[in-house]
Ligand binder design. Structure first.
Ligand code: ZN
Length: 309
């Protein structure tokens, strides 16, 4: 089994704490490779992707899980979605000029260019929203949390503790190894004490058990998360061997996009004639998918003919 591009659920037997681990290599690198984002944005997008995968792995759903980060800073938006089949895509939208200014200001402060503490500078005020869309006939589940604290991980942990009353610890690492993007995360959760969870052995968590698990989680280093030769089973054993780790099967993560020419055409048909003429270059209109950077080309006269109808 490949030690890359998967998520896996596990359990700490002694304390009945649930966990998931996500590790990404080539799929993350391919997604980021399709874009040409400045380094700090690529880093934040990688965090968004790995966080989306950790959160979607908590849910039983048939459809699409979406995590959207929206801010009023130079980085305006990041979106990642994951289908229940494990197909993931992501993109960001930013104001290049404002972004460059913020980057220079940060450089002047002589801070390192890791994204972790720069949430406020790049994203400003805003929120993180997650949605599960299971098609027309089921409810959309939505959680929303204000952008606060120094990282997205902080925001999401805060959300679970405040809104869902689920004790949550997340540790992640994103970075390049041999010139390729890699990322990993582990998320631990203490389930609330409802009847079902108590029966399943998840009630009455001992404070000391939770604290110990958090310390062990915190001891996981960036190198351990990102080392392609360190398997996840081995990593979990290394961290939690005294807690009795039970691991479940791997779920594969793939890169993919759901864009198609038909849908792009429909967007163009809904525009005004002026808009279309404005987009026209040498008799053609090019539309680029923001997620996968695939370019769709149409004849301007064909599009105009459709609009005039
Ligand atoms: Zn696409």
């Amino acid at each position: 089994m490949s030690e890359d591009n998967f998520f896996q659920i596990f359990q700490l037997e002694t304390s009945h704490i649930r966990g998931r681990i996500v590790r990404m290599g080539s799929v993350l690198d391919e997604i980021l490779d399709a874009h040409d984002y400045p380094l700090p944005i690529a880093h934040l997008i990688a965090e968004t992707i790995i966080l989306s995968l950790a959160l979607s792995s908590m849910l039983k759903y048939e459809g699409i899980f979406t995590l959207q980060v929206q801010g009023d800073g130079p980085l305006k938006m990041m979106v990642c979605d994951v289908t229940s089949a494990g197909v993931v895509r992501a993109c960001a939208s930013f104001d290049a000029e404002r972004f460059q200014k913020s980057r220079e200001q940060l450089a002047a402060l002589k801070t390192t260019e890791s994204s972790q503490n720069h949430l406020a500078q790049y994203l400003g005020k805003g929120y993180i929203a997650f949605t599960v869309d299971q098609g027309k006939h089921t409810d959309r589940y939505q959680g929303i949390v204000e952008l606060k604290g120094s990282s997205m991980v902080d925001c999401v942990q805060h959300y679970f503790v405040q809104s869902e009353q689920i004790g949550t610890g997340i540790k992640m690492a994103v970075g390049k190894r041999d010139g390729k993007w890699r990322a990993g995360t582990i998320m631990l959760q203490h389930m609330p004490e409802d009847e079902k969870n108590i029966q399943a052995g998840f009630g009455n968590l001992d404070e000391d058990d939770w604290r110990r698990a958090m310390i062990l989680l915190d001891s996981c280093t960036e190198d351990e998360f990102l080392d392609p030769s360190l398997g996840s089973d081995e990593l979990l054993l290394r961290l939690f061997h005294e807690e009795g780790v039970r691991v479940y099967e791997h779920h594969e993560i793939k890169k993919g996009c759901r864009c198609e020419a038909e849908r792009v055409k429909n967007i163009l048909y809904s525009m005004t004639e002026d808009d279309i003429n404005h987009m026209n270059t040498d008799g053609k209109i090019e539309m680029t998918c923001e997620f996968c950077s695939r370019i769709y080309t149409f004849e301007t006269k064909d599009v105009l003919r459709k609009i005039k109808k």
